[in-house]
Ligand binder design. Structure first.
Ligand code: ADP
Ligand code: MG
Length: 375
């Protein structure tokens, strides 16, 4: 049975006076929220504030007690719940890959259920793996336990995209990842988001993630919506003290002149560093095993370089060493002015620089991450 596409795109998504109670306890109370077509709306709030319940009511995993939810003006109750869910990508933290199925089978499962031919399914699975930066030839046949946490999360994303849904619901998808890996996935996700132009409702409890990804941010507290607005609106006109508290950490960065490189650098563990004599093939093996997108190349501080996974892939056939294949990194000291460091990165067209302290790597400065933090 081929499934109907319920909607090609989202023009608007409306929750009106939606309430869900468990016993006498409100999980979501009188929620009015409009999700605009093409936007990424962040839902943020403490644990237990009702975020997951909102997502699960949208895709009808649970039904509200009262109120209505409509997409493009049609009440979601009009749709068959299973068809509705196949038209909505859903990505959760523990993504629930089936352990006995290979990556290709996990991603292709829904397509198979939808009656796609094998060849067409395989082509789609390959495209999706490329989209989430996992080379198909390496990952197709793996089982979930042969993947790092970040790789599993990417497979979850690829699976959610299989049917090319116009709406995505994402429930803390990067919440379980270490900070650097989370930042990598956020970067990639931003790119994918631009490419696909989808409507996304994204739950997080991380305010930095919210500011980094969100077009608008909806703050929930105790089952109720407290405020919804752009990052700037929340910063400059917070609805109450709680909102002000949440966005407070963003305010301090307005004094950018005083900031130093060390205030904004990120630390890296030793998995990110490889010696320049190694071959690209060995580096590829290491990066795939560790789930790394980029590595830093070392001989001494003068020959520090960096290389991305796609560049390593290209360098493997020619048998190049990392020294030959990598690009040089800009070097900074922890006490350098942040503004000057950013200006240098910009002039050189680089997105990251290495921070050295006493000739030893102390951290990495990512320009886009700094800019996001400075809103
Ligand atoms: P969040 O995702 O923001 O952490 P949830 O939407 O999961 O919050 O939960 C909101 C509230 O509803 C919490 O107090 C939670 O304990 C309660 N709740 C959620 N699901 C159930 C359930 N199936 N039975 C009883 N209470 C529930
Ligand atoms: Mg939740």
């Amino acid at each position: 049975m081929a499934s109907r596409k319920l909607f090609d795109r989202i023009d608007s998504f409306q929750l009106e006076n939606v309430t869900k109670k468990y016993e006498e306890h409100f999980a979501v109370k009188n929620l009015d929220l409009e999700i605009r077509g093409g936007e990424l709306l962040i839902l943020i709030g403490r644990s237990g504030s009702g975020k997951t319940t909102v997502l699960r009511m949208i895709n009808r995993l649970i039904e509200p007690d009262s109120g209505s939810i409509s997409v493009n003006g049609i009440d979601v109750k009009e749709f068959d719940p299973i068809q509705l869910r196949r038209n909505i990508g859903y990505v959760i933290q523990n993504i629930g890959l089936l352990p006995h199925l290979r990556v290709s089978e996990n991603i292709g499962l829904i397509l198979k259920l939808e009656g796609w031919e094998k060849e067409k399914t395989m082509k789609r699975v390959e495209d999706l793996l490329n989209l989430v930066s996992l080379p198909p030839q390496i990952f197709m046949d793996r089982y979930p336990h042969e993947l790092s946490g970040g790789q599993q999360q990417r497979i979850g994303l690829a699976r959610a995209m299989a049917m090319n849904p116009p709406l995505f619901l994402m429930d803390e998808p990067f919440g379980a990842l270490d900070p650097l890996l989370r930042a990598q996935l956020q970067d990639e996700f931003c790119k994918i988001k631009k490419e696909l132009g989808r409507t996304i409702v994204f739950v997080t409890h991380d305010i930095n993630e919210a500011f980094r990804l969100g077009d608008r941010i909806a703050i929930m507290d105790n089952a109720e919506l407290v405020q919804v607005g752009t990052p700037e609106e929340l910063i400059f006109s917070p609805a109450n003290d709680m909102v002000a508290g949440i966005v407070e950490s963003k305010r301090k960065y307005r004094h950018i002149d005083a900031l130093k490189v060390k205030d904004m650098m990120q630390s890296l563990d030793k998995r990110y560093f490889l010696h320049s004599d190694l071959s690209a093939a060995l580096a590829l093996d290491h990066m795939v095993r560790e789930g790394l997108e980029v590595i830093l190349i070392f001989r001494n501080s003068e020959s520090a370089g960096r290389i991305y996974l796609n560049e390593v892939l290209k360098a493997v056939p020619s048998g190049k060493t990392l020294e030959e294949a990598s690009k040089p990194l800009l070097l900074f000291a922890p006490d350098n002015s942040l503004l000057e460091a950013l200006a240098r990165l910009k002039i050189e067209g680089e997105s990251m620089g290495l921070v050295l302290e006493d000739d030893k790597p102390a951290g990495v400065l990512f320009s886009d991450r700094v800019l996001q933090n400075l809103i």
